[in-house]
Ligand binder design. Structure first.
Ligand SMILES: Nc1nc2c(ncn2[C@@H]2O[C@H](COP(=O)(O)OP(=O)(O)OP(=O)(O)O)[C@@H](O)[C@H]2O)c(=O)[nH]1
Length: 611
């Protein structure tokens, strides 16, 4: 009956759909569903034999049905279970029935024929189930009724545990276990059954696994929060929010948050908290991806859609909260979470098309996460993927892997930004034409040397250089030829001066040299070396060798005194001024020569022995 109804429904949808894809999808879907149900109809529920069964899920031992109208009593449920055509057989580790559905009744039997003494624990490992009743029946008599679920105050639950769980010493013979579950959230019911020692081992390994997982996530989140606070780049803040949101969401849906903090606030609060935490990380993740991949520039339509969906869905969910429409808001949160995965991939593809850095690694990480999320979703829904610990946790493994790769991207981005900054700073200090310092670079480079000289009472000098009749060079050979000469002269000066000296392009065809630890007479000697080097320099323009000369103005201290006062940092400006005056005289006195500004303000020509 169920099969026919289901097939009818599928066919109706198939007819309504005009797309070939949907048609193929539904054909495959119907086929798989038919196979599953045919398989179900021939399999009979087995008993759990305690002597053989130490630990595992019991989905395949279960018979179940859903209430239709009013709440059934145990006796009515027993009558229902007695009619084989009214019950279904579990075919998967977990029974999954959907969101906001009618309460479910389940039954399985435990046989203790070997007189196993160890108590067994039954745990229903979905923490959001609101009301759970279990009856243990021996010889048609109820031996125990265990009430729980997150709708029950924490102290009244059978065990102080994040799931509904209880332990029981099963007597010799057969015990029928009847379970009724009522919940507003998704009715996914993975029942784990194991002897007490195995259950404790399982708890310990879960504690380690979650400890590692949350340790990584919180450490990464905190680190990025600190980066955001100090660097003020929004990617770090959004990434941190994404990680915090994901970790809290995971803590919430695995029941751990509610066990520790919100255990007595009631199931409704927990359901609402779960779905809002779920969308928090999706929204933060999407905005992080927008900022990281510059989606606004590369894919403006997609970017607008992402911005809208991350605004409209939470607002609609808030409206749902206002009117207490949990199912409506829950469906929206699932919709956003599913879109989140798809949108992440779409944004990655756009970034890849736009050749954005990190697009490949981003896409790889989001596809991996999507695959893991799909594995967990299908496993919980009982479709194609078997439910087990690994498939249930695949979502966390995938998301942690993705978080790690995104952290790698951010680290690389940080490094790139630093390199860009260094390059930009270096450009700001460098003359674009000649590649030597510009004025700013010169001032930065001489700053500390100048302070140290002023402090320790040593000498320093300045040499100003101006190419002679450079206008004529430009006029005769063109501006490009002039540029080439400026470049070769700059290189010539930079390679002729001593290591500690600092040079720069001071203006159009003007250069400067700072000579630390150098009194002015020695500076004049160094200037002469440069003058000769420039004079000898041949620059080839269209295979024709060109030569230029330059005039020099030198100003410097003698015995730590300049202009009759002790050398101080302020002397720099005065020294440049004095060198400029000397240079002016060198030009007026016939060019290609060196004039020294004397300490007493006199200007004299430097006449080297070879001149
Ligand atoms: N090619 C080129 N020429 C430049 C650059 N900067 C300044 N100049 C030229 O340098 C020339 C300087 O001319 P003037 O100031 O008259 O000086 P001058 O011709 O060298 O004459 P004196 O300084 O008296 O020897 C001008 O023609 C400027 O256009 C540059 O970056 N590239």
């Amino acid at each position: 009956m169920f099969l026919i109804t289901h097939l009818k429904k599928s066919l109706q949808i198939l007819q309504q759909s005009s797309s070939a894809f949907t048609g193929i999808f539904f054909n495959v879907y119907c086929y798989i569903f038919t196979l599953i149900l045919c398989f179900n109809s021939v399999v009979q529920a087995k008993q759990i034999e305690l002597g053989e069964f130490r630990s595992g899920t019991v989905g395949k031992y279960i018979e179940y049905f859903q209430e239709t109208d009013q709440k059934l009593t145990l006796e009515q449920a027993k009558i229902h279970f007695a009619k084989p055509n009214k019950v279904k057989q579990g075919n998967n580790n977990s029974i999954s029935l959907g969101i906001g559905v009618k309460p479910v009744w389940m039954k399985f039997s435990v046989s203790n024929s070997d007189d196993v003494q160890s108590p067994y624990r039954l745990a229903i490992e979905t923490p959001w189930l609101d009301y759970i009743d279990t009856w243990l029946v021996n010889d048609h008599k109820i031996s125990r009724h265990i009430i729980g679920g997150d709708g029950i105050a924490f102290e009244q639950r059978p065990m102080p545990y994040r799931f509904y769980a209880f332990e029981h010493q099963f007597p010799i013979g057969v015990t029928d276990v009847y379970i009724r579950i009522e919940s507003k959230g998704p009715l996914a019911v993975p029942i784990h059954f194991s002897n007490k020692e195995e259950a404790i081992k399982r708890d310990i390994s879960a504690a380690y696994e979650y400890g590692i997982l949350y340790g990584i996530l919180f450490a990464l989140a905190l680190y990025n929060l600190v980066l955001f606070i100090f660097i003020k780049q929004k990617e770090y803040g959004l990434y941190s929010l994404y990680l915090f949101g994901f970790a809290l969401n995971s803590l919430s849906y695995t029941g751990q948050l509610h066990t520790i903090f919100t255990y007595n606030i009631g199931p409704l609060f927990q359901d609402w908290l779960d779905i809002f935490l779920m969308i928090t990380y999706s929204i933060a993740g999407l905005h992080f991806a927008r900022a990281l991949l510059k989606t606004q520039q590369d894919a403006p339509k997609l970017d607008k859609f992402v911005t809208k969906i991350t605004l409209i869905v939470p607002l609609a969910m808030l409206a749902g909260l206002l009117f207490q429409q949990l199912i409506f808001s829950m469906a929206l949160s699932f919709l956003l979470n599913t879109s989140f995965v798809i949108l992440f991939i779409a944004m990655g593809v756009c970034a890849l098309n736009a050749n954005r850095p990190f697009a490949k690694i981003f896409l790889f990480s989001s596809v991996t996460a999507a695959v893991c999320i799909t594995i967990s979703t299908l496993a919980v829904a009982g479709i194609l993927i078997p439910y087990n610990d690994f498939t249930f946790k695949a979502i966390e493994i995938g998301m942690t892997f993705e978080a790690f790769l995104l952290a790698v991207i951010l680290a690389k981005q940080f490094r790139m930004a630093k390199m860009d900054k260094l390059v930009a700073e270096s450009y700001a200090r460098t003359d674009a034409l000649t590649g030597i310092n510009n004025r700013r670079g010169f001032q930065e480079a001489t700053y500390s040397a100048w302070h140290s000289i002023a402090r320790t009472g040593r000498d320093a000098s300045i040499v100003l250089i101006d190419l002679d009749s450079f206008k004529q060079v430009n006029d005769k050979f063109g501006h490009d030829a002039g540029d080439t000469i400026l470049r070769t002269v700059a290189t010539c000066i930079a390679t002729t001066i001593r290591k500690a000296d600092i040079t720069a392009r001071w203006g159009g065809e003007e250069f400067i040299i700072f000579l630390p630890e150098t009194p002015q007479d020695q500076a004049a000697v160094q200037a002469e070396r440069v003058r000769v080097a420039i004079e000898k320099l041949q620059t080839y323009i269209n295979s024709t060798p060109l030569t230029v000369t330059a005039s020099f103005g030198v100003a410097g201290s003698e015995h730590n005194r300049f202009n009759n006062t002790e050398l101080s940092v302020n002397a720099f400006e005065q020294m440049v001024k004095a060198a400029d005056e000397a240079l002016y005289l060198a030009k007026n006195n016939g060019k290609n020569r060196i004039i020294i500004s004397q300490a007493d303000g006199q200007l004299t020509q430097h006449l080297p022995k070879t001149h």
